[in-house]
Write a protein that binds this ligand. Structure first.
Ligand SMILES: [Ca+2]
Length: 226
């Protein structure tokens, strides 16, 4: 029995020292990396890297291999590693990629989704307020257009109001409500990921987006081209 305990203790010591030799998880090196923990970058903790993890390994480590630290950046934030229509920055709540390790986590951690898993993406469409003052009501042309699969729509409000912005297909059926809320005067952008209310990617074709607020309404056309 004593011998068994000794062997067990020795194995535990070897295992723990082996763990100490290996680097610790790099979850503190990406924004809100604690939310999905190791699943942010790996299919299983310590297992194969997911799409986001592969991108980091290939192009965004300070030095290749275990000793490298993740270089979170606007470039890495702008990529959509898993191709689900949302950039890595949007999924991790730092759209511009300006967060640096050691700062408080950005955005709303409860909205974090996995930037390496195409089946995990924001179900609510985030609206960002941009710098600038709105001179009048405006619904701008989406960018890019044509698009595949996501596109960004900007609009401006000179005063507060109950905003409703929704996407319709070419025969007028509603595809997705992008935002429906009271908003202050300002300049805003909203990104549509090309998915309907059920989370399904829509087909190629022409879509309309229609905004109403106070006495203003505007409709514009956009084209999904896969
Ligand atoms: Ca994702």
């Amino acid at each position: 029995m004593k011998k068994y305990l000794l062997i067990t203790a020795t194995l535990a010591l070897v295992a723990s020292s082996g763990f100490l030799v290996a680097r610790s998880p790099r979850t503190g090196q990406v924004p809100n990396g604690n939310v999905k923990a190791c699943f942010t970058c790996h299919v299983t903790p310590g297992g194969p890297r997911n799409a986001f993890g592969q991108e980091i390994e290939a192009n965004h480590l300070s030095t290749p291999g275990a000793a490298g630290t993740v270089q979170w950046s606007p470039a890495l934030a702008a990529l959509d590693s898993d191709g689900d229509g949302f950039s890595n920055g949007v999924e991790l709540q730092d759209p511009e990629g300006t967060w640096t390790a050691g700062q408080p986590f950005p955005g709303d951690p409860t909205l974090v989704t996995n930037p390496g898993d195409p089946t995990d993406f924001p179900t609510t469409t985030a609206v960002d307020e941009l710098p600038g003052i709105a001179g009048g009501y405006m619904l701008e042309g989406n960018y890019p257009n044509h698009f595949n699969p996501s596109t960004t729509i900007r609009f401006t409000l000179p005063e507060s109001g109950a905003v409703r912005l929704a996407v319709y297909n070419s025969i007028g059926q509603r595809v997705r409500v992008l935002t429906e809320q009271t908003m202050d005067a300002g300049v805003y952008s909203v990104t549509w990921n090309g998915r309907d209310e059920a989370g399904q990617l829509v087909d190629s074709g022409t879509y309309l987006y229609h905004m109403t607020v106070n006495d203003f309404s505007s409709t514009r056309r956009m084209v999904m081209l896969k």
